[in-house]
Write a protein that binds this ligand. Structure first.
Ligand code: AMP
Length: 398
């Protein structure tokens, strides 16, 4: 069964055509700068990569251009659009209503729309992707996979904020969590890897370190706690987001320094994190600068690793122990420096890194823990698209 996975943003669409259940990626790519005078489409089939620059005025044109590639006589992978059996859509916010994958209906679209207040940068664009795909692939089943769904089984003591009950009851103010598709994917990968290696896999801490960063405590495959909350700026230090910050700072900025709420939001979401501390967006640059003696960059790395360590300690308590920690996403998969800094001086928990293995990852899943460690340290490449395809296929096979 061919499942087209779509991640629709404001000016871009990421796509993958995946054959299920074989999990073979037939084609993948990216449509960028939608709405600008010159847009770009990338199409990849096996090792072949084609890019084209052309005006793509809207998402509908974008998906039509993608179709031209998918059905191209020379490098296409399907003969007609009816060979796309289902479209799996990434939807960032499912609120408290969605704990699993659903087939899209008018009612579901209304729900996604109404949840836009909680994810104004994402849900409206996800919805555009759905509506355009319905038009372009009228025969395909449309399915929604929610980033928040993995956290819906979290216990109430973990997802509630200690503010008056009415805010929860009347306004649904609570922890929702983000990156759930990634945490779920690496969790399942870890469980099967650990089981194959006869290692316990009940208590996991998954650490997603990309532009956005989050950490999850997982017991028996169920998320028990998570560092992102009502919005995506809590917890770990991220590319441009502050992570945990005392709310008094916000009021100080407003009351004493004259910032508007929008300006404060902009500071916390877009000008903070590693960028705010160093002036650089990409961790590779920060690592390079730190190496050549830049104190701000070194401090930012220290703060970043320190924050992750604190969460690992907290989540080891939540789980009453830990069988494995998992690093994933752009930084988690690629930065041996961050992994090394996080795992340093964690022997009390049984976390001990094998430095050589940390520097030389295997293809696929790498176990980078030392032989005498009590906790496995795994690096697992995340694959949110495959997770969406798996969940879509799972629902359609029921
Ligand atoms: P993601 O959001 O998962 O795509 O992660 C993007 C981030 O991963 C980028 O901002 C980089 O900081 C980081 N990254 C990617 N490759 C590397 C690398 N080789 N070393 C360190 N950081 C990396």
């Amino acid at each position: 069964m061919n499942i087209l996975v779509i991640n629709s943003g404001s000016s871009s669409i990421k796509y993958q055509l995946i054959d299920m259940p074989s999990e073979i990626v037939k084609a993948s790519g990216l449509i960028e700068r939608i709405g600008e005078s010159i847009s770009k489409i990338t199409y990849k089939k096996s090792e072949e990569k084609i890019t084209a620059e052309l005006p793509i005025e809207n998402h509908e044109k974008g998906l039509s251009e993608m179709n031209r590639f998918l059905m191209h006589a020379e490098f296409g992978v399907i003969n007609n659009i009816n060979e796309i059996h289902a479209v799996g859509h990434r939807v960032v916010h499912g609120g408290k209503d969605f704990s699993g994958t659903v087939e899209i209906t008018d009612e579901i679209k209304e729900k996604i729309k109404s949840l836009s207040v909680l994810a104004p940068l994402h849900n409206p664009n996800n919805l555009i992707g759905i509506e355009v795909a319905e038009k372009i692939f009228p025969k395909a089943k449309q399915l929604g996979v929610f980033d928040t769904a993995f956290f819906q089984e979290m216990p109430e003591k973990a997802f509630r904020y200690a503010i008056p009950n009415s805010f929860f009851v009347e306004h649904d103010i609570r922890v929702y969590g983000f990156h759930g598709t990634s945490h779920k994917f690496v969790c399942e990968q870890a469980i099967s890897f650990l089981s194959e290696h006869k290692w316990p896999s009940r208590k996991l801490i998954t650490i997603h370190l990309g532009n956005g960063c989050s950490i999850t405590a997982i017991k028996d495959g169920i998320a028990l706690d998570h560092s992102l909350g009502f919005g995506p700026s809590n917890g770990l230090i991220m590319g441009t987001r502050s992570g945990d910050i005392d709310q008094s700072v916000i009021f100080y900025l407003i009351d004493q320094l004259g910032y508007s709420p929008q300006e404060v939001n902009n500071v916390i979401q877009k000008q903070s994190g590693m960028f705010g501390l160093t002036g650089y967006y990409d961790l590779r640059d920060i690592q390079e600068k730190a190496k050549s003696g830049d104190k701000h960059c070194q401090l930012a790395l220290d703060m970043n690793a320190y924050r992750i360590k604190k969460f690992i300690g907290a989540y080891a308590s939540v789980l009453n122990g830990v069988d494995a920690i998992v690093f994933t996403a752009g930084i988690g998969e690629n930065s041996s420096i961050i992994r090394q800094m996080v795992c340093q001086e964690m022997q009390y928990l049984g976390i001990k890194l094998n430095t050589a293995k940390n520097e030389n990852l295997q293809n696929g899943i790498s176990d980078i823990s030392s032989d005498d460690a009590k906790v496995k340290i795994l690096v697992i490449p995340t694959n949110e698209e495959l997770e969406i395809a798996k969940q879509s296929y799972g629902l359609l096979s029921e």
